[in-house]
Design a protein around this ligand. Structure first.
Ligand code: Z5A
Length: 195
C-alpha cells in the first residue's frame, strides 16, 4: 500500500507522517517512511537547490526539478519497497506538484500531472490524505514559502480542489486539534473505498 500525505506548508504533514508510521508499525505492518523532494542522494541535493532562496529558478525548471527528484525516489526507493510487500508512507508526492506548480504557479494541472506520471512511469499513491484547516508555518521561510500571500491562497484552495479532481484516492482530513486526534482521522482515512 502506497500512502501520501499532502497539504499546504505548515499544516502538520511531517508530524502526521511520523504518527501514522508509528501506528501502522504497531499494527504489524512493515513500513517505509520517505519524503519529497528527497529520500535519495539526488533528491536531497535537488531539494537543497529548490529551497535555496539565493538560486534563481524559472517556474518550468522548478517543475522539472521536482519531477526529476520524484523519478529517482520512485525507481530507487518506492517501487522496490512496494515490490517487497512493504507499506510506503511519503510526505508529499505528485499532488504537491499539481497544486504548487500546476495551480499556484499556473503551469496547468494536466501538463504537470503528465510530467510526473512520465517521471515515475505511472506510479501513483493508493491513498492520498490531504490535511487542511491550519497554518503552523515557522518564521524562516524557504524559497517557496517566501512566494507571497496570493500564491499560498492558491495553494490552500488547490489542495481543497484535489478531492474533486481525484475522488478515487484523495481524502480531505481536518488538521485542527490535538496531534493524536488528527492522527486518528488520518488513520481512518486509509480505510474504506473511494473518498
Ligand atoms: N513542493 C512543491 O512545490 N512541489 C512538489 O512537487 C513538492 C514540494 C514535492 C518543501 O516541502 C517545499 O516544496 C514545500 C512544497 C514544495 N514548500 N512550501 N512552501 P516540505 O514538505 O519539506 O516543507 P513544508 O510543507 O513547508 O513542511 P513543514 O514546514 O515541515 O510543515 P508540515 O510538515 O506541514 O508541518 P509540521 O512540521 O508537522 O508541523 C509544523 C509545526 O506545527 C511544528 O512545530 C509541529 O510541531 C507543530 N504541530 C504539528 N501538528 C500540531 C498539532 N496538532 N497541534 C499543535 N502543533 C502542531
Amino acid at each position: 500500500m502506497f500512502v501520501s500525505l499532502e497539504g499546504p506548508d505548515g499544516v502538520g504533514k511531517t508530524t502526521q507522517v511520523a504518527l501514522l508510521v508509528e501506528r501502522l508499525r504497531a499494527e504489524g505492518h512493515d513500513v517505509l517512511q520517505c519524503r519529497e523532494p528527497g529520500g535519495t542522494e539526488l533528491g536531497e541535493r535537488v531539494r537543497s537547490l529548490l529551497l535555496d532562496g539565493q538560486v534563481a529558478i524559472a517556474d518550468r525548471a522548478e517543475a522539472m526539478l521536482f519531477a526529476a527528484a520524484r523519478a529517482q525516489i520512485a525507481e530507487e526507493v518506492i517501487r522496490p519497497a512496494l515490490a517487497a510487500g512493504r507499506w510506503v508512507v511519503c510526505d508529499r508526492f505528485i499532488d504537491s506538484s499539481i497544486v504548487y506548480q500546476g495551480m499556484a504557479r499556473g503551469l496547468g494541472v494536466e501538463p504537470i500531472r503528465d510530467a510526473s506520471v512520465f517521471a515515475t512511469d505511472g506510479l501513483l499513491p493508493d491513498r492520498t490524505v490531504v490535511l487542511h484547516g491550519v497554518d503552523r508555518r515557522g518564521d524562516e521561510p524557504d524559497r517557496i514559502e517566501a512566494a507571497g500571500a496570493d500564491f499560498h491562497r492558491r495553494v490552500a484552495e488547490g489542495f481543497l480542489a484535489l478531492a474533486d479532481l481525484f475522488p478515487e484516492r484523495v481524502r480531505l482530513v481536518d488538521a485542527r486539534g490535538e496531534r493524536d486526534a488528527v492522527a486518528d482521522r488520518v488513520r481512518a482515512a486509509l480505510d474504506g473505498g473511494a473518498a
